[in-house]
Design a protein around this ligand. Structure first.
Ligand code: FES
Length: 361
């Protein structure tokens, strides 16, 4: 292999999910159940991933626990030496399903929360009782002795409760918590006016994280993801296009990131047609933005080009209309005014959510 292998595989087992979060990272067009990969194909994919040097598999969705074969897949990941992480809403988790996953060798669970309080949490998920199920799931996971990370997605309608979220994570016994501001592509972009915080709210969340890091040093790790729109520099999305991550959609499309299906005029490779190694090294979708040769100015002459790798291609497409444009969140980008306009034209009152549902986008 000439290109270093990816470190992680994100296995999106299904787009089905009981929740309807308006910032869901799934594409606007969701894959139907009938076209999902079967168990044998996912096993083969993991064989190929382990053989090419992938270290971790993240089982994701939608809600991956909607797949009854999840324990089989976890067991297979373990058998081929892949570290396994389950990214779940927790609403389908119970003592029996958790025991099956632990028995299969699951290494870690990342549990999503919508808020620290039940009513606003259930409103974002658009599912009554979801928050209570998540609390119970967290207690079961910790009692099982499974390492637990909590993930809170932050936006203008919950930013003030970041201190309460950090307290909840501490009380539940999480080893790690992610305070992650919403990313604005896909469903998040569709709901941007309902979600984008202002600068004061962002500052409050940063302050809460700084204080908690001091208070909880050595006991709980806190990751903070800033909202792109307020960053001076773009983030190195996915650690660089086609450099560290492989994403496989429920139907078997192999992608450099979860939003790459929005890229126009390129063929999406499939696990049905080629090996993962061949796709990783040769598929045009993976080579088109790998490295620095594709970069326009000002990225081409920017000293940070191998630190941020030009930012996020999907964001450039969503905002500037071209996937090979400089990421508009960069203050040097010609299209940076689009980001500033989104901030200054944000309505004072958030509009109603457009919930993630099959067919409503
Ligand atoms: Fe696709 Fe950032 S989400 S490159």
């Amino acid at each position: 292999m000439t290109t270093p292998p990816p470190m992680s595989l994100l296995a999106e087992l299904t787009h089905r999910c009981p929740l309807q979060c308006p910032y869901c990272s799934n594409p606007l067009r969701l894959d139907p159940r009938t076209s999902e990969l079967d168990t044998a194909t996912w096993r083969r994919v993991m064989d190929e991933a382990a053989a090419m040097g992938v270290l971790q598999v993240h089982f994701s969705g939608g809600e991956p626990m909607a797949r009854p074969d999840l324990p089989d897949l976890v067991r297979h990941a373990q058998s081929v030496g892949l570290y396994s992480n389950l990214i779940t809403s927790g609403v389908l988790l119970n003592p029996t399903s958790l025991a099956a996953l632990a028995d299969a060798g699951l290494d870690h669970i990342q549990l999503s929360f919508q808020d620290a309080l039940p009513d606003p949490a259930d409103r974002v998920a658009n599912m009554a009782g979801a928050h209570a199920k998540k609390l119970e799931a967290a207690r079961l996971i910790v009692a099982e002795g499974m390492p637990l990370t909590l993930n809170f997605v932050i936006h203008r309608q919950n930013a003030e409760r970041v201190p309460a979220m950090l307290l909840l994570a501490e009380q539940l016994g999480a080893r790690r918590v992610e305070i992650a501001h919403t990313q604005y592509y896909g469903w998040g972009l569709l709901n941007r006016d309902a979600l984008l915080p202002d600068r004061d709210q962002l500052a409050l969340t940063e302050q809460a994280v700084t204080e908690a890091r001091t208070r909880l040093a050595g006991r709980m790790t806190i990751d903070f993801v800033t909202p792109d729109y307020y960053a001076e520099e773009p983030k190195p999305c996915m650690g660089g296009w086609g450099q560290r991550f492989l994403n496989i959609s429920p139907t078997g499309r192999v992608l450099p990131c979860h939003a790459a299906e929005s890229i126009p005029n390129v063929e999406f490779p499939s696990v049905a047609d080629a090996s993962l190694t061949d796709i990783w090294e040769n598929a045009p979708l993976f080579t088109m933005f790998r490295g620095t040769d594709w970069m326009p100015e000002p990225c081409r002459s920017c000293p940070a080009q191998t630190l941020d790798w030009g930012g996020c291609r999907c964001q450039a497409l969503a905002l500037a209309g071209k996937a090979d444009a400089a990421d508009p969140v960069c203050h040097k980008a010609p299209d940076h005014g689009l980001v500033e306009r989104a901030i200054t034209t944000r309505p004072a009152t958030p509009p109603a959510f457009r919930y993630r549902r099959y067919g409503n986008a």
